[in-house]
Design a protein around this ligand. Structure first.
Ligand code: CTP
Length: 415
């Protein structure tokens, strides 16, 4: 099997291209998910060296893991194949990170004590930690909820983290043992996203970012309303990219059907007024405000209490409308000490740049991101033009997550 990365569904550059990972499996039923995780990592462009403990061998076979990773699996520190018989040194020196998934309660206890009785714990202990060439250790805990919440485990986890390990999860939910609670291993795709996020530059570390996303819904009666075709994808991608960059992110979302990006605090709203009332009190506690929401410009003055019925006369109802508050402009008008760095979006159908420049001045924001509305709504890719006081910068067509990461890098430079 070749190590060449397989392009993803969007044809985009694989997110883990060029990364070499040691994937460690300790003993737990979640080993079955580790097989899928190995495949996700390879699909994302990483090369993967699997190392399994003896306990892990009880749950999946090295044959499975070799087939999925494309490399023979290491299971013993006494394996004579590696040069000078030093697998624990060779394997950890080559890696960009060691990811242990599943990390069992016993394995975390071994780490906390600095034990090295098996190849996996041995290579974790032997991994370089110096400034120049540190090899990060990521742990995806997987165990029964009682084991996870036991003071001994919590002590061991705290010790492992204090010694430099990073936790991925654990998640909450139904467990293989039939109980429900904290301790289940994250799903393969969640783990893959967490590894991708880990490698993103932390350009917004310590910053707080507030994002609006999606359309708003202005009710006419209990069953009808005015909305628009915004999917929320760009705003959700920005929230995810900002979180990956190390920011604490709050996402105020209109009605959309999108999963919340990992680590993001989400507040769901319906109407423009609700979005306004959610955003304004939060804004002063944030360093950056990115307004991607397609906020309805108008709302009916009054919502009908009951469904409006046809009366048989052929007459159509008339709705008196009033203007919604401009959320972005309101945040940009906050006193300087309370005002986050404001980024607006301009989705236009024509004269994109002219309208974007005008909007930047009218709303008094330092940065406007312009795009062609009808060409982007609901799509997975887009082109953006950044308009600020210095001029324009085009971010060429790419998937929305790549664009969001590029935009986050641009915002970080301007703070
Ligand atoms: N915006 C907002 N609140 C509104 C209207 C718009 O926060 N009530 C924000 C959007 O989130 C976006 C920017 O302002 O960041 C521009 O939105 P857009 O709909 O393109 O502009 P409008 O101000 O509505 O102007 P027009 O509809 O005339 O193009």
């Amino acid at each position: 099997m070749s190590d060449a990365p397989i392009p993803d569904d969007r044809g985009a550059a694989p997110e883990l291209a060029g990364r070499h990972l040691v994937l460690g499996l300790s003993g737990g039923i979640a080993c079955y998910k580790a097989a899928d995780f190995a495949r996700e990592l390879v699909k994302s462009g990483a090369t993967v060296q699997v190392v399994m403990t003896e306990a892990a061998l009880q749950f999946v076979t090295p044959v499975t893991m070799q087939a999925l990773s494309g490399r023979p699996v290491h299971t013993s520190q006494w394996d004579a194949r590696p040069a000078a018989n030093m697998a624990h040194i060779d394997l950890s020196r080559e890696a960009d990170a060691i990811v242990v998934a599943p990390a069992s309660a016993d394995f975390i206890a071994q780490l906390a004590q600095g034990r090295a009785g098996e190849l996996l714990s041995l290579l974790c202990l032997a991994r370089p930690r110096g400034e120049g060439r540190a090899v990060p250790l990521l742990l995806a805990p997987a165990m029964n909820r009682e084991m996870w919440s036991h003071p001994a485990t919590q002590r061991n986890v705290a010790q492992a983290v204090a010694d430099g390990a990073l936790l991925l999860g654990p998640g909450h939910g139904a467990q293989a043992c039939g109980e429900t609670g904290d301790g289940r291993m994250l799903e393969a795709a969640e783990l893959r996203d967490a590894v991708v996020a880990f490698f993103q530059p932390k350009v917004l570390a310590g910053r707080r970012v507030l994002v609006t996303a999606g359309p708003t819904f202005e009710a006419l009666d209990p069953v009808r309303g005015i909305t628009n075709r915004s999917s929320g994808k760009m705003g959700f991608a920005i929230a995810r990219a900002a979180a990956e960059a190390g920011a604490a992110v709050t996402l105020v979302a209109g009605p959309v059907h999108l999963p919340t990006p990992a680590g993001v605090r989400r507040i769901d709203v319906g109407s423009a007024l609700q979005m306004h009332d959610a955003v304004l009190p939060l804004a002063p506690a944030h360093d950056v405000f990115v307004a991607t929401a397609a906020v309805a410009d108008w709302r009916p003055i009054a919502m009908a209490e009951e469904k409006i019925k046809k009366d048989g006369s052929g007459r159509v109802p008339a709705f008196e409308m009033t203007e919604n508050p401009d959320i972005l402009a309101a945040v940009a008008r906050l006193p300087q000490a309370q005002r986050p760095y404001c980024v607006g979006f301009a989705a236009e159908s024509h004269d994109v740049l002219r309208h974007a420049r005008e909007k930047r001045i009218r709303k008094a924001v330092p940065l406007i991101v312009a795009n062609h509305g009808p060409a982007t709504f609901g799509r997975d890719d887009n082109t953006l033009v950044l308009v600020d006081a210095r001029g324009e910068l085009e971010l060429p067509r790419a998937d929305k997550l790549s664009l969001a990461r590029a935009l986050v890098a641009q915002i970080a430079q301007r703070l």
